[in-house]
Design a protein around this ligand. Structure first.
Ligand code: SIN
Length: 278
């Protein structure tokens, strides 16, 4: 027997808030199919009041695929048990830099970047700490036809070193003696499930456009970073305790606002493996 749930559209281009679903319980195949279709359509889904264990959160993630292990974070440890598949997201009065405080797609420097991320916040600041999401297929659709053709022939380098090395210097849950991934991906990628095209560059990881003069590449990246931050492609999520956001890294960017210092914001992210962008 399935659960009765609904998905409320947030903006025409992105976002759906799901009500009536308890993710701590195993999902029936029919419920999973409905949720999966909503995820592909809305690109980011929000759920409220999901009180669950780390194992339940991992089990929910595994319905979508194998779980991803972050290339630079240490395993999260709880009650003497390592949870390598859990990324602990935490900021408080001692924080000098938070995770994700700029537009990005998670770990896009990986050869096969994650397809989805499932973040549950367990402690939220009195105000602020929202996460913004942007549809990169809406951003692609808004480009002129000549620009689509031009960008469609180009690739860009996504390098983890600048981002993760800086974090490693500031935080002790990051392993800093390692080599960080750096990979080349198409600037326009095709979603493997929907076939929709999306812009695939971001300020956190994309360092250069390849095979064109450096100055031209820098100007194109500046144009794209500006274009993708257009409010018309976005929705914004105001967190509550035990809310979950689940986003599709193949066709969205997100930006975690750090406007709540010195308050605490804390939670757990499970990330689902993806495939090589094409
Ligand atoms: C992230 O996974 O990039 C962090 C998102 C957030 O903290 O809202």
């Amino acid at each position: 027997m399935g659960q009765q749930f609904e998905v409320r559209t947030i903006t025409p281009s992105i976002g759906g808030e799901v009500s009536g679903l308890d993710l701590s319980k195993p999902l029936s195949d029919a419920d999973f199919d409905t949720l999966h279709a909503a995820f592909l359509d809305r690109k980011v889904l929000f759920f409220r009041n999901q009180n669950m264990t780390l194992d339940q959160q991992k089990a929910f993630g595994r319905r979508f695929g194998e779980l991803h292990i972050h290339p630079s974070a240490r395993p999260y440890r709880e009650d003497g048990v390592d949870h390598a598949e859990i990324l602990f997201i935490h900021a408080d009065e001692n924080t000098t830099r938070t995770a994700g405080d700029t537009w990005h797609s998670d770990v896009s420097c990986d050869p096969e970047p994650p397809m989805a991320s499932i973040l549950r916040l367990v402690e939220i600041p009195p105000s602020g700490g929202d996460t913004l999401f942007a549809s990169m297929s809406a951003a692609y659709d808004a480009l002129s036809e000549p620009m689509k053709l031009y960008l469609g022939a180009l690739t860009a380098t996504h390098d983890g070193a600048p981002n993760y090395k800086d974090r490693a210097k500031r935080r002790d849950n990051v392993i800093d003696e390692k080599q960080y991934p750096s990979n080349i991906h198409p600037i326009i990628r095709t979603h493997p499930e929907t076939g929709q095209k999306a812009i695939y560059v971001n300020e956190a990881f994309t360092t250069q456009i390849n095979d064109i003069p450096k100055k031209e590449g820098a100007a194109v990246l500046r144009f794209l970073f500006d274009h993708i931050a257009n409010a018309a492609f976005q929705c914004r999520f105001q967190w509550s305790e035990n809310a979950i956001a689940m986003w599709d890294n193949r066709c969205t960017l997100h930006h975690a606002m750090w406007d709540y210092f010195p308050s605490t914001r804390s939670g757990f992210r499970v990330t689902v493996k993806g495939d090589k962008p094409f």
